[in-house]
Design a protein around this ligand. Structure first.
Ligand code: TRP
Ligand code: ZN
Length: 909
């Protein structure tokens, strides 16, 4: 799709228009004279012409750069020797071997975009992915240009005692007049997006770690002074990551020194700069007092993610940004597997899988159905920053997981080994990865490419026919995929569908698939097969199982074997049966979610906007079957606590919304609340018992089992809070007052705030004053209030006037504004449109501070076409207001333009 964007200077970029660079860069030598107001950067680049092209023009990208001087092979170039095109430098007619000396000046303290070189809490940081290096110097800032870097940092010694960059520290010393220097050399070639420097008052926890090979490496976690009591978990996570990558993939740390640095102002989670990972403080700092169990798990996952990038991303990188999922999808898959392997237990692994699938369904499925839908390997973009999406990351991880599902763990490992053998040190494509998987396993994966080229979530419909006389089960699977922007017609995907068949006792039947090779089925094996991966490659396909002596209940898409929506006409009783018996832990949960969704959708139909949750006809929908199944789960001591907790959690309001043709946020909220109250009333004694049984005596431990106990205890508390009676007020207050860790603290505060408990205002105030000095906890304080049921736009505006609030810090903006717009749908979508007007104001305000963050918030109205006409009107008005703003960034412009673009009339598959 061509975007018509009259405001934009920058053109849409197309994947098909990729051309190799005319010049490669061999070495980069940089000198920084760091100063907050004016930083001087001197860069020497040695280039060699790419003789595979005829092109003699050197193209150096620049973004809002001030050029001081430019010298080519010793000769100062004047205005007539180069062209400035949209801020980029073009040097035509250059020789084959070129040395360029480039001097630029930057104003780091003015940089609120948090891209390029910027200041946070008085320290210097850089962020270069995707195109931030061009905010530091003129450079062929594209990932297929890989070079060796040396970096000289000079700065005032008292203000910036620590000077860090990629690779190894070669030399350091004093310069006189209070300044000092450090010289860094990165031994590995890298694309410019992996460049980093950090300078300032920082301290580190460090440790020598012995690799499996016997080599010792130096590990460091750098933080602001005062935070050294919050680095142990990140350090432990780093060591676990190193060990895991050696074991599971045979990949060793290739550096002698590996650093993690925490920064409070950061656009995303973290960044995998070679040897110098820079992290949002949210994904580093933890101790029991300030971090929840979820924080601990997230830190482990993000530390793993960035570390794993060292091979998947850095040693082998992307040819161009359309290939982003090559590194991101693969690295998310790796961090998911890492977290699952660390948990170990079967039910713990299932919980991890469920969490990951929830993220996919809650965020990626809506993206895939909305105006910003794009394939895992997109065809075009206006602003690459907008394509760091759940599709690239999470759906990309699902696509990688499907290779493993199709090829097996060993086959997948062979593919990875071949990928590194072929491409170490190169910038490659998603097709190169697919080819390595295919070639290492002798498989034809041609059709599999459609997962990369076609957007949209496939819908798979299953039908089962049982022939008692022939003792056969015929499973018919059919797939369709709705049109996406720019993609009217889709071809069938290659979909691995893992299935099992349950007998009347709930046991897995032995599976014999007609026509399948002997090793895949039971016929020639001593050990029965209870789960099979069917490969659906056509629009419709039937699979016949033989020797089936009774009519089974099918368990479909086990462990969520493909990122699709699967429909099967289960009866309520069958779903309750699967909840109790399926050997696949994921599908037991899934059955509960299906049953709950069914009741919730029925209830939404009976709730009208003018009725409160209490008046809703919870009674008109008989949820006994679900309630009894949940009672069984809640009291089943053989199930892990964390697993019971996820089963007890109802589908979110966003998930319910996606299941409806027209979204009615207030009715959805009312229905979900009514069902929660019904569950609380029916299961009150069991919730009280679970609460008592899962209290932990003794010091806080972040391990999975203890976290599971807290999760189950706190979900019990949140259900009991629905009763809003004196006993639960007392219980929550007691937990709040006595908690020795943030998990229990925050859960109790949440329970108080969402009830009429007399102590709720006092608790909010005491929480604030107790944690005033901990920004990450104050973020939680804002978030909790942003998502509270009673919080409306007026409350959010009031919170914005709190002295601790600022739009400039992304974590703070996300904690209040994003949490309200994305996490409190019934209030955000208030009928009077006040939420939408508020949203427009904040997008516009953020646009001039930080376009990347603004564009994320701009996505909150993506699904406006799914709302009733009255709400569509106020959403459209808000979108237009943003669209009409002067000086709109490309980031926001792209999101808003796509949201307002009329979709083509619906074509059929
Ligand atoms: N590559 C990083 C990761 O996934 C994320 C990232 C991309 C990023 N662009 C960024 C982080 C800009 C901060 C700012 O690990
Ligand atoms: Zn990543």
């Amino acid at each position: 799709m061509r975007i018509d964007n009259p405001q934009s200077q920058a053109p849409t970029i197309y994947r098909e228009q990729y051309t190799p660079p005319a010049y490669f860069v061999d070495t980069v030598d940089m000198g920084f004279d760091l100063d907050q107001v004016t930083t001087r950067v001197a860069t020497r680049i040695k280039l060699t012409r790419n003789d595979a092209t005829d092109d003699h023009t050197i193209i150096l990208f620049g973004d809002e750069l001030k050029l001081v001087s430019l010298t080519m092979n010793g000769t100062l170039l004047g205005k007539r020797d180069y062209e400035l095109v949209d801020g980029n430098l073009h040097i035509p007619g250059a020789p084959d071997q070129v040395t360029l000396d480039i001097e630029t000046v930057l104003a780091p303290s003015q940089n609120t975009s948090l891209m390029g070189l910027y200041v946070s809490s008085g320290n210097f940081f850089t962020q270069c992915e995707a195109e931030g290096f061009r905010k530091i110097t003129f450079f062929p800032d594209r990932p297929d240009v890989m070079a060796k870097y040396t970096v000289m940092l000079r700065a005032d010694k008292a203000a910036y005692p620590v000077l860090l960059s990629n690779g190894n520290l070669i030399e350091e010393g004093d310069l006189g007049d209070g300044r000092h220097y450090a010289l860094w050399e990165d031994p590995f070639k890298k694309p410019s997006y992996l460049f980093a420097l950090v300078a300032g008052k920082l301290v580190c926890q460090e440790e020598t770690y012995r690799l499996q090979s016997g080599r010792d490496v130096q590990l460091q976690v750098w933080v602001e002074p005062g935070n050294l009591d919050k680095t142990q978990h990140a350090m432990d996570s780093l060591k676990n990551s190193i060990r895991w990558d050696e074991k599971r993939f045979g990949l060793e740390l290739d550096l002698d020194r590996f650093m993690i640095v925490a920064v409070g102002d950061f656009n995303m989670g973290a960044m995998e700069n070679k040897g110098l990972n820079i992290f949002n403080t949210k994904f580093v700092l933890a101790n029991p007092r300030i971090a929840t169990d979820i924080d601990y798990a997230n830190i482990e996952a993000v530390v793993g993610h960035e570390y794993f990038h060292n091979w998947t991303g850095n040693r082998v990188t992307c040819r161009d940004w359309f290939q982003l999922s090559l590194k991101e999808g693969l690295t998310v898959f790796r961090d998911q597997e890492f977290s699952a392997d660390l948990i170990g237990s079967t039910s713990g692994r299932a919980v991890k899988r469920i969490d990951d699938v929830r993220v996919l369904r809650q965020n990626q499925f809506p993206e895939d159905a909305g105006p910003m839908a794009h394939s895992v390997r997109p065809d075009s973009y206006l602003e690459i920053n907008n394509f760091y999406t759940v599709t690239i990351y999470e759906k990309g991880a699902e696509v990688v997981r499907m290779y493993q599902t199709l090829l097996g763990r060993d086959g997948f490992r062979k593919g990875m080994d071949l990928y590194f053998a072929r491409h170490d040190g190169q910038a490659v494509t998603c097709n190169d990865f697919r080819a390595a998987m295919a070639d290492a396993n002798g498989r034809d994966l041609t059709q599999f490419e459609r997962w990369y080229s076609q957007a949209g979530t496939p819908a798979v419909t299953a039908r089962m026919d049982y022939d008692a006389a022939a003792k056969t089960v015929t499973l018919t699977l059919a797939q369709t995929c709705a049109p996406s922007p720019g993609q009217e017609d889709k071809l069938p995907f290659a979909i691995p569908v893992a299935v099992g068949l349950l007998d009347n006792a709930g046991k897995d039947m032995a599976l014999v698939l007609q026509g399948a090779p002997a090793e895949r089925t039971n016929s020639k094996r001593s050990k029965p097969v209870h789960s099979l991966v069917l490969e659906l490659t056509e629009a419709e396909q039937s699979f016949i199982f033989t020797g089936v002596t009774e009519k089974p209940v099918p368990s479909l898409l086990r462990d969520f074997s493909a990122p699709v929506v699967l429909t099967f006409d289960y009866s309520d009783t069958e779903l309750a049966f699967l909840m109790g018996h399926d050997s696949d832990a994921f599908n037991r949960w899934e059955a509960g979610q299906r049953l709950a969704t069914r009741y919730l959708l029925a209830m939404v139909g009976t709730v009208s906007a003018d009725k409160t949750a209490d008046q809703t006809a919870a009674a008109t929908v008989d949820a006994t079957l679900l309630i009894e199944a949940l009672r069984t789960t809640l009291t089943d001591q053989s199930l892990g606590q964390s697993y019971r907790e996820v089963i007890l959690t109802l589908p979110s309001e966003t998930m319910i919304a996606e299941a409806l043709p027209v979204i009615a946020p207030q009715a959805i909220h009312g229905a979900r609340q009514a069902l929660r109250r019904a569950l609380a009333q029916a299961l009150q004694p069991e919730f009280i018992a679970a609460y008592s049984a899962n209290r932990i005596d003794g010091a806080y431990q972040p391990d999975a089992e203890s976290a599971g106990k807290r999760a189950l205890k706190n979900v019990a508390l949140s259900y009991l809070a629905e009763l809003d009676d004196a006993p639960v007020h007392t219980l929550a207050q007691l937990q709040y007052d006595s908690a020795d860790n943030m998990t229990d603290r925050l859960a109790a505060l949440g329970a108080l705030v969402n009830t009429s408990a007399p102590g709720r205002q006092a608790a909010l105030a005491s929480f604030y004053s107790e944690f005033e000095a901990e920004p990450l906890v104050i973020d939680k304080w804002f978030t909790l209030q942003a998502m509270a049921r009673s919080t409306d736009v007026a409350t959010v505006r009031e919170l914005m006037r709190h002295p601790a609030f600022t739009l400039k810090n992304p974590n703070r903006a996300r904690s209040l504004i994003f949490s309200f717009c994305n996490g409190n749908p019934s209030q955000f979508h208030a009928i009077d449109g006040s939420g939408h007007a508020f949203w427009a104001e904040q997008v516009i305000a953020l646009n001039s501070i930080n376009p990347q963050v603004a564009a994320r918030l701009a996505r909150s109205l993506d699904r406006w076409r799914k709302y009733p006409p009255a709400q569509q009107a106020s959403m459209q008005e808000a979108l237009r207001k943003v669209a009409d703003t002067a000086a709109l960034s490309n980031d926001v412009l792209e999101v808003i333009t796509k949201a307002l673009t009329e979709p083509k009339a619906k074509a059929s598959l």
